[in-house]
Design a protein around this ligand. Structure first.
Ligand SMILES: [Zn+2]
Length: 78
């Protein structure tokens, strides 16, 4: 099985078989699109975790709201 780690803090996602009541992990997409002459970056977050989509192109994995905020901040700064 695939090991998922947080894209901000490198924390490992717990085995989904052991369901923790409080699963705060967030799945999102970080996609770059070329528009006219500039590269546009688009960040999107799903309402809930979806194991079937974790390996899709541009998918990002975040363990908490805090890491999500950090990720957005870094993306804007880039
Ligand atoms: Zn994290």
């Amino acid at each position: 099985m695939v090991e998922i780690t947080c894209d901000v803090c490198d924390k490992k996602r717990p085995d989904p078989g052991k369901r923790l009541g409080n699963d705060a992990w967030i799945l999102g997409y970080d996609i770059e699109m070329e528009k006219a002459n500039s590269l546009q970056r688009s960040l999107r977050f799903l309402d809930r975790w979806d194991d079937s989509r974790v390996l899709e192109l541009g998918a990002i994995h975040l363990c908490s709201e805090k890491c999500k905020d950090d990720y957005i901040r870094k993306a804007r700064a880039a």
